[in-house]
Write a protein that binds this ligand. Sequence first.
Ligand code: MG
Length: 379
Amino acid sequence: MTTDTTSDSIAALRVFLIESPIKMARQQGVGHIKGTVKRVLLELTSRDGLTGWGEAAPWEVFTGTPEAAFAALDVYLRSLVIGWPLSNIRGLTLAMDRVLVGHAEAKLAVEMAMYDILGKRAGLSVAELLGGRVRDRIPLSFSIADPDFDADLDRMRDMVPKGNRIFKVKTGVKPHADDLAHLKAIRDAFDMTVDLRLDYNQALRPFGALRVLRDAEAFAPTFIEQPVPRDALAAMAEFRQKLDTPILADESCFDLNDLQKIVEMGAADAISVKLMKVGGLQKAQGLMALADAARIPGYGGTLWEGGIALAAGTQFIAATPGISLGCEFYMPHHVLTEDVLEDRIENCDGHVIVPKGPGLGISITEHSLSQGALRLAQA
Ligand SMILES: [Mg+2]
C-alpha cells in the first residue's frame, strides 16, 4: 500500500487520555463503575487543514485498557497514519491490522476520525458516506444498573412520561430473588407499556441457568442478553430451544468469526454490535451483512463511550438497516456529567436523533476539549 505525503493525506495526529466524572454508580456484575471513566480521544488533521475526531473507549473487563489504546495510537500507529491518504480508509485498516494485533478501539478511532474529515470535506454525514441513512432516529434503551434499585425506579418514573420506553435491567448481579422482585416492581409500575430487556453480563453458570431464566421469562422480556460466559455457546443454543424469549449475544460476539460460530451453533437470536468490539465502521457493516443473511437483528450496544464514539455509533446505525433493536447510547444525557462536545447529540421522545451535519455531525473546540474532560496525558 502506498502512502502519499504530498497531497490528500493526514498531516497531524494528537491523542488524549481523558477521565470524566459520572453521575451514578453502575453495577454490572463485572467491573462495577463508580466515580469516573477513562477514554482516549484522537484528533487527525488533514494536509488541507480539516480536523476529524475519533474515540477509543475500552473497558478493562471487556475489551482492554484506555492506557493501552493511548499507547497503540501514540507509539504503534502514529507513523503509519501520518501521511496516509484520506481517500483510502480500507487500505489503512488492512495496514493497521498487519502492524498491530488487537487494539480494535484504537483502530476504530483512526477510521472514525478519517470519516469525520471526509464527511466535512464532502458536506456529507458519515451515515451518507456509509451508504446513506435508512433511519433518522434510533429508539433509546436506558440501563437499570444502579446498586440502589429505588433510584432507578425513580428515574423510570421521570423518563417514561418523556417518551422513554426501553429499559434494560442488569440481572445476575444481585440475588435472583431480588432480580425477580425488581422485575415485578417494574411491571407493577408500568405494566406492558415499557419494553423490558435483561442483560446478565455472563453472570450465570450454564448449570442451573435454565430455571433462573424461566423465572425471569415470566416478566415478558423482549430478549435476554448474554446469560452465560462468552464461550458457553452450547448452553445459549439450548436456551433458545427451551425458552420463548430470544437470546442476544454480546460478549460472545465481537467479530465475524464469533458470529459465524454463533450461526453454525444456533446460539443467538440477536447480537449486540459495539464498534469498540469489532474495531471499525466498515467491519461493523461487514458483521451485519452476515447477520442479515442469518436473519439475526442487531442492537446498538456501547461500553463507557462519550459523545464522539456515540456519534459514530449513531451514524453507523443510521446507515445499517439490520440494527433494528434500538441502541443504549444513554451515557451523554444520563451518566456523563461532562463531555467534550460543544452540543450533545439530541435525544427526543425516547430516541437518539441522528445528526444531519457533515462528518460525525458534532463540534469540538479547544475550549470544549479543555472544559469537558480531565486530561491525564497528551501526545
Ligand atoms: Mg451487554
